[in-house]
Design a protein around this ligand. Structure first.
Ligand code: FES
Ligand code: FES
Length: 216
């Protein structure tokens, strides 16, 4: 008879109650029971860091933790990054950094690198290069070397510093970006397409609307 325990994990903000054997590793629970396969398994022995997730805000190697040990905790995986306010509905600056700075090749180590980077920037928004290297020292990459990974995390730090409106969990609205005399009100259905267009210009091909008009 299989001995199973009921545990509750809040993963990326959603609470899940699952039954697991006491010997089940957290990484297997995340991947198999919750179907969140962004968290990778590279070694299963705590060496590679591919399985790094945040547990109550701290980076852990989920292959070194039994799922039952995480009962009641908040887990964040790479899938949760796009839901953070600073992602503004798109990629999180860390994800963007890995794309812009060529911080990945095969991508196998990337989720773990991103979660280690997230833990670092949460604690230290303006890290020195050496601090970044230390933060990712438990994460191995077989493809890129580490230079571009460091640059990717630096990119994210710069982006996050440049987005003060996200510090309070908010974001810069389109209306704020285009502040002025315009009554531009994006974010609603049937958006007019920009502050310069009060409506379609009569007789003009819509694709050549004067987006550089006097209102901009
Ligand atoms: S799979 Fe966990 S450290 Fe490699
Ligand atoms: S990008 Fe391939 S292992 Fe890091």
């Amino acid at each position: 008879m299989t001995d199973e325990r009921e545990i509750t994990l809040t993963v990326n903000g959603t609470e899940h109650t699952i039954e697991v054997e006491p010997r089940k590793l957290l990484v297997h629970a995340i991947r198999e029971d919750l179907d969140l396969t962004g968290t990778h398994i590279g070694c299963d022995t705590g060496n590679c860091g591919a399985c790094t997730v945040l547990k109550d805000g701290e980076p852990i190697k989920s292959c070194l933790t039994f799922a039952v040990q995480a009962d009641g905790s908040e887990i964040m995986t790479v899938e949760g990054m796009e839901d953070l306010p600073e992602a503004e509905g798109e990629l999180h600056p860390l994800q963007e950094g890995f794309r812009e700075e060529h911080g990945l090749q095969c991508g196998y180590c990337t989720p773990g690198m991103i979660m280690s980077g997230k833990a670092l920037l949460d604690e230290n928004p303006d890290p020195e290069e050496g601090e970044i290297r230390e933060a990712i020292s438990g994460n191995l990459c077989r493809c890129t070397g580490y230079q571009n990974i460091v640059k990717s995390i630096e990119y994210a730090a710069d982006e996050l510093k440049a987005e003060p409106a996200t510090a309070d969990g908010g974001s810069v609205t389109a209306a704020e970006r285009f502040d002025g005399e315009t009554d531009f009100d994006c974010g609603v259905e049937d958006c007019c397409g920009g502050p310069s267009a009060d409506g379609p210009i009569e007789g003009a091909d819509p694709q050549f609307d004067d987006v550089g008009g006097e209102d901009t």
